[in-house]
Design a protein around this ligand. Structure first.
Ligand code: AMP
Ligand code: MG
Length: 408
């Protein structure tokens, strides 16, 4: 049996980053920048007003109230045609370019307009309510560094500097297929004895979508070696990685195992983790294959520990593992000293400290306890019991959407 860490290292050593391509920015969410991106110009590109008001010379409004002659009106998107000279002002809207001669903006609330004349009631110093060119981003500075996984705000910054096709690592296509004679499509209305609705396929497709992969859903593959070989051949040709569920357990007579063994390149591992001990990994026709166990909780845990980091690696990310946070275990749990044990826990927050409680049955088939969990509590090899009140490491896969604060 190999340790979880050894198994993870072996997987990560086998897969490599996909090629980088210039890709349309609108389709870059979740992809990883393959190079630093520098701004070609200042942001903001020009000095502009931070307020709706009047562009003035600060020296003119030291003593208030004072009347100034309004020369023109500059809405955002227009440019001033005149300069502010002593005794004058230009009406300006937020985001409009500062007129020459003006060095401050007085907000409209602090003024009183009457025809071409405005009374400034409150003095402001030079620079007030002016956003300087380059005040946000200097021309030539790095706005996104290589290795950044692009989120909505990175896309916004890239848009602001006009990077419409950033160089990013290609989005992986991942084929998903479920196996098992007892598994029928979840849409099946009437189950016959012995059948269950397949859940792994949909869970895997969703996890992959969340990661930013393109999914090739190959559905459920039945009890037929030719059908399975054909599905795997298609997957290896069309996808960058293959994820299967079921049929990799130790000692079991199983079609998947037989076909994978025949194809070569795939090894069957026993990983010292719970759940998710049996795991098949290898390369089929140049394409990495992750053979996950069939039990739904094992599928999730093995996805989190192997598939997610490997795909992030293929996507060019330097950050492969979820950060762990420390929390307090509220209930004693028995664990297995031989294995890294993942306890499905739900969290309650006392201030910023998560308090963890097993979210239900811990057997590897109990998907409902996973649905009500927020995190995996990671119990390292070597402990057989963790006392209530102990500090535990938590791999968070769901964050609270509401902190329960009512506001004061
Ligand atoms: P296996 O690893 O093929 O021995 O499957 C282990 C357990 O997981 C069995 O109880 C299967 O019925 C169950 N299982 C396998 N595939 C799926 C699936 N796609 N959805 C839900 N349960 C599954
Ligand atoms: Mg099976």
């Amino acid at each position: 049996m190999r340790s979880l860490q050894t198994a993870q290292e072996q997987v990560l050593d086998t897969v490599s980053a996909l090629p980088a391509t210039a890709h349309p920015l609108a389709d870059c969410l979740g992809l990883v920048a393959a190079e630093d991106v520098r701004a070609g110009h200042h942001i903001p590109p020009f000095d502009n007003s931070a307020m709706d008001g009047y562009a003035v010379r600060a020296a003119d409004i030291v003593n208030t109230p004072v009347e100034l002659q309004v020369l023109e009106d500059v809405p955002a998107g227009s440019v001033p045609t005149q300069s502010v000279v002593t005794g004058s002002a230009i009406k300006i809207m937020t985001g409009a370019p500062m007129p020459a001669g003006a060095d401050a903006v007085v907000r409209v609330e602090d003024t009183q307009a009457d025809g071409d004349v405005v009374t400034i009631r409150v003095g402001v110093p030079a620079g007030a309510s002016v956003r300087r060119a380059g005040g946000d981003i200097r021309a030539g500075s790095t706005v996104v560094t290589a290795g950044t996984r692009l989120g909505p705000n990175h896309l916004g910054v890239l848009a602001s500097v006009g990077t419409a096709h950033p160089l990013v690592y290609r989005r992986p296509t991942v084929a998903v297929l479920s196996t098992g004679d007892e598994i029928v499509p979840y849409e099946t209305e009437q189950l016959t004895p012995g059948q269950i609705r397949g859940t792994n396929g949909l869970v895997l497709v969703s996890l992959l979508q969340q990661l930013g992969a393109t999914v090739l859903d190959l559905g459920i593959v039945g009890d037929d070696a030719d059908e399975l070989r054909a599905a795997l051949a298609r997957a290896a040709t069309e996808a960058d990685a293959i994820v299967t569920s079921g049929g990799v357990s130790m000692g079991e007579y199983d079609l998947v195992k037989a076909v994978l063994t025949d194809l070569g390149g795939v090894e069957f591992w026993q990983v010292a983790m719970q759940p998710g001990k049996p795991f098949a990994f290898g390369i089929i026709d140049g394409t990495p294959l992750f053979g996950l166990p069939g039990n739904p909780v094992s599928v999730f845990v093995a996805f989190e520990q192997f598939v997610r980091p490997a795909l992030l690696h293929m996507m060019g990310s330097p950050n492969l593992f979820r950060p762990r946070v420390l929390g307090v275990l509220e209930e004693e749990v028995d664990t297995n000293p031989e294995k890294t044990v993942f306890i499905r826990v739900s969290l309650s927050w006392q201030g910023s400290i998560p308090h963890a409680r097993p979210s239900g049955g811990q057997d590897s088939n109990v998907l409902s306890a996973l649905a009500s969990a927020d995190a995996l509590a990671v119990i390292p090899v070597g402990s057989d019991r963790v006392a209530a009140g102990s500090e535990v490491e938590l791999e968070m896969f769901r964050y609270p959407e509401d902190h329960g604060l009512t506001g004061e």
